[in-house]
Ligand binder design. Structure first.
Ligand code: ZN
Length: 532
């Protein structure tokens, strides 16, 4: 999430951004005690009581410490009572305050593997306007069944389980979620459902993923779902189960919705390579909130309202959240500051659907219509927490930047190979997190051009490209870049004829009876300055 950038959504979105809660945020500079910690695995085993709006149970955090330590720090919101903490099965004393568990070891813990088990319970923080703020959502469906949902993008998993609250560290060996609910309810989660067991009036669902997973994707949803399935065949020929956890009274809409998702998946694979979690599943769950890119169980609350792209039904929310399986979930920024990689390139992947289904002109028109604030840079610093990093332009301007880069590459085959190359490279995916510098370096190397001046302009500043058109003689004009050190290709239209020419700060002279038009198709964010 947090919002898809369509024109229609723009106004509503900006109102919602303004209301975003500012108190709960994740990430920021790593504490030294957590910098020596590599999270390997989480096991979260909780009993969920919808009547009491409470949870209780334990979380086991498996980690590798790079140095000996006497203190282990884990983030956990101050909503709970922690009864006991075991480190490598031995009880330890701890402090629990300021949303942090500080475990004071009775003797120094050596470097290497450690397993921390925290027993806790209580009433988790409740979201007020999810997904724009985070927390648990406790609701009841129209037939009286409880619904429990979680959104955690800004606040992180510490909302309900002890963890290292940083986007830079995902559990390399995945997560086990063992969730117990009243037995008439169903739990949806990431990865594979290992089993369901029932005892008395309770049912326990064991979900497991072996993949790395974002801290904020480690969530579950509970409701009286129907489960509708379909089989997807990936671009590499792998059979992948598609599952839709849908409210029973929408079950009749689910099969068609999965057909749309299948189409989206084929189109995304064409540009981005095989679906990243093909060994487990493609999952979607109906939610009371609008949506969130939860890995392998995307939250969907857009109520099956389709628009048209190329004359065919389209669900922009589902497409956007699904794009995040590549941009955000598979490729993950290690610092929230570089969040545009998730939202901007993810939003560009949405635009590629328009290109694919409605054609090149529709894609160009889409970017001509794109609007954004451009008041502050896309990347606002380093080691930022989620709230400090967040701004609207990470979506629309980030996406437009990819549109510009495609034009600058000037060779679609090379550009799309580069896009796919990045998102399929082991160096930049799964447990290898990325930065904006990685994107800049990779795209520069593949294009054969140093793209730093463009990254500086689009990502780190609010400057527009100034293109000056100056009349020289009766029929000649000088076209010149004013604030860009690298020469750029540009469409220049003279007397109705458009050519792609290379323009630089020295300028080029063109012949035209009328003032030439620069970049009529809007490949750049620019000011065209016409002077006599
Ligand atoms: Zn998004």
């Amino acid at each position: 999430m947090r919002k898809i950038f369509t024109l229609l959504a723009l106004l509503a979105a900006s109102q919602l951004y303004a209301q975003k809660q500012k108190t709960l945020t994740s990430g920021g500079p790593l504490k030294p005690e957590q910098a020596i910690m590599d999270i390997r695995h989480y096991t979260i085993a909780l009993n969920v009581d919808p009547a009491q709006k409470s949870i209780d149970g334990y979380t086991t955090v498996d980690m590798i410490m790079s140095k000996p330590t006497k203190v282990i720090l884990l983030d956990l919101l101050d909503s709970f009572k922690v009864s006991k903490i075991l480190v490598n099965s031995k009880p330890q004393v701890f402090d629990y305050k300021n949303n942090m568990l500080t475990i004071n070891m009775d003797k120094e813990l050596p470097a290497g593997k450690a397993s921390v088990q925290v027993f806790y319970g209580g009433k988790p923080h409740v979201a007020r306007r999810p997904p724009w703020d985070d927390g648990f959502i406790w609701k009841t469906d129209s037939l009286g069944h409880p619904i429990v949902e979680i959104t955690a993008e800004a606040a992180g998993g510490k909302l309900y389980f002890p963890c290292k609250d940083s986007p830079s560290d995902e559990p390399n060996e995945g997560v086990d979620l063992i969730i117990t609910v009243p037995k008439d309810l169903v739990v949806a989660g990431p990865g594979l459902m290992i089993n369901k067991t029932t005892k008395d009036d309770k049912a326990t669902f064991h979900w497991k993923t072996n993949y790395t997973i974002n801290n904020y994707s480690i969530v579950f949803d509970v409701a009286d779902y129907a489960v509708v399935t379909r089989t997807y065949t990936s671009v590499l020929g792998r059979k992948v189960p598609m599952v839709f956890y849908v409210w029973k009274y929408h079950e009749n809409k689910a099969a068609y919705h999965l057909q749309l998702l299948e189409k989206f998946a084929h189109e995304q694979e064409k540009y981005l390579g095989e679906y990243p979690w093909a060994k487990e599943k493609i999952g979607i769950v109906e939610t009371t909130h609008l949506g969130m890119e939860h890995e392998m169980m995307n939250a969907y609350g857009a109520k099956f309202k389709y628009t048209k792209v190329g004359g065919e039904d389209y669900d922009d929310l589902m497409h956007h959240e699904f794009s995040h399986e590549w941009w955000g979930n598979k490729v993950t920024a290690k610092d929230w500051a570089d969040y545009w990689i998730h939202e901007g390139i993810g939003t560009y992947a949405d635009a590629l659907y328009i290109k694919e289904v409605a054609g090149e002109q529709a894609y160009i028109d889409h970017f001509k219509r794109t609007r954004f604030g451009n008041k502050i840079p896309v990347v606002l610093g380093k080691d930022l927490d989620e709230e400090a990093a967040y701004n609207q332009d990470i979506y629309g301007k980030g996406s437009f930047f990819m549109h510009t880069l495609r034009y600058v590459f000037g060779d679609d085959s090379l550009f799309f190979r580069t896009l796919k190359g990045f998102v399929t490279s082991p160096k930049y995916t799964y447990d290898n997190m990325v930065t904006t510098a990685d994107v800049q370096q990779y795209f520069s190397e593949k294009s054969g051009k140093d793209l730093k001046p463009l990254f500086d302009m689009y990502i780190y500043s609010v400057n527009l490209l100034n293109v000056r058109v100056k009349k020289q003689g009766d029929d000649t004009y000088l076209v010149q870049l004013q604030n860009m050190s690298m020469p750029l290709p540009m469409e220049i239209t003279t007397d109705g004829v458009t050519k792609r020419l290379i323009v630089d700060t020295k300028g080029i002279t063109v012949t035209s009876k009328t003032p030439p038009v620069v970049d009529a198709n809007n490949y750049y964010l620019k000011n065209a300055i016409v002077t006599d």
